[in-house]
Design a protein around this ligand. Structure first.
Ligand SMILES: Nc1ncnc2c1ncn2[C@@H]1O[C@H](COP(=O)(O)OP(=O)(O)OP(=O)(O)O)[C@@H](O)[C@H]1O
Length: 246
């Protein structure tokens, strides 16, 4: 079963005194558990809009979105929020850390909504995750005292601390130098592989895109597969093209 799947999805916004704007047009995208997918596209091609659909933050205007086979479009918003909270981790270009909170507090934050043992063990789980991203010695550091690469490591720990099945990364290396960006991606890849999570990365950087199993291009709202290589998880498809995984 696919982890998340968009079928014939369109996203249209209404603009006052103008024609409706179709941002995504007939998008078909299937992401399997453990699969790593990259999406490249020019500025304004609809990448963030697509990521917001995959993150269940927005719904397609027409078409279907499913998570583990269940219709997201049919979910009540409370259930959608819970499904998102327990299953999706976000990593952004601007790390979006809370400035006045320590690294440990930032990573603990998503566990405030966890239930049972994970809630009560939240500080230990957050500290363990910071250790995994190489920041076990900086638990009390405030974001401003950390380098860009270290801040992104904190953001990665925060995205992964609930062990989501799906990680959505929007230009995760965009604010980092090339070398730091590669090491941050290696870290994301390693943890994603250990957790068997799926990873969808939006990037302008061909070297970052090349790390994925399946590659897509978004061009004015139309998604097409550009390449697929043997790897984890088969079956990504776009616009009638099936990605063949050997
Ligand atoms: N709510 C909205 N109302 C009007 N226009 C919108 C809205 N959301 C997005 N757009 C437009 O849709 C297009 C796609 O936006 P989107 O943010 O998805 O692009 P993007 O590929 O992520 O761009 P960038 O790489 O510059 O972040 C843009 O032209 C944007 O201005």
């Amino acid at each position: 079963m696919s982890l998340i799947e968009l079928t014939d999805a369109t996203r249209t916004v209404l603009i006052p005194d103008a024609e409706p704007l179709t941002i995504l047009d007939g998008v078909n995208l299937r992401v399997d558990p453990g699969e790593r997918v990259s999406i490249v596209g020019r500025s304004g091609s609809g990448k963030s809009t697509l990521l917001n659909l995959l993150g269940m933050l927005d719904l397609p205007t027409t078409g279907e979105l499913t998570f583990e086979g269940e219709s997201v479009t049919a979910m009540k918003s409370g259930r959608r929020d819970r499904v998102r909270g327990s299953n999706v981790g976000f990593v952004f270009q601007q790390f979006n850390l809370l400035d006045g909170r320590t690294a440990l507090e930032n990573v603990t934050m998503p566990l405030l909504y966890a239930r049972g043992p994970r809630f009560w063990a939240r500080e230990r789980l957050a500290a363990d995750m910071l250790d995994r991203v190489g920041l076990g010695h900086r638990l009390s550091a405030l974001p401003a005292s950390l380098s860009g690469g270290e801040q992104q490591r904190v953001a990665i720990a925060r995205a992964l601390v609930r062990q989501p099945k799906l990680i959505l990364a929007d230009e995760p290396t965009g604010a980092l130098d090339v070398e730091t960006g590669q090491s941050v991606m290696t870290l994301i890849d390693d943890i994603v592989r250990e957790e068997n999570a799926a990873l969808v990365t939006i990037t302008h950087d061909p070297a970052i895109a090349a790390r994925s199993d399946t590659h897509f291009r978004l061009d004015r709202g139309v998604l097409s597969v550009t390449d697929a290589r043997a790897g984890v998880g088969a079956g990504a498809s776009a616009e009638g093209t099936t990605a063949v995984v050997l």
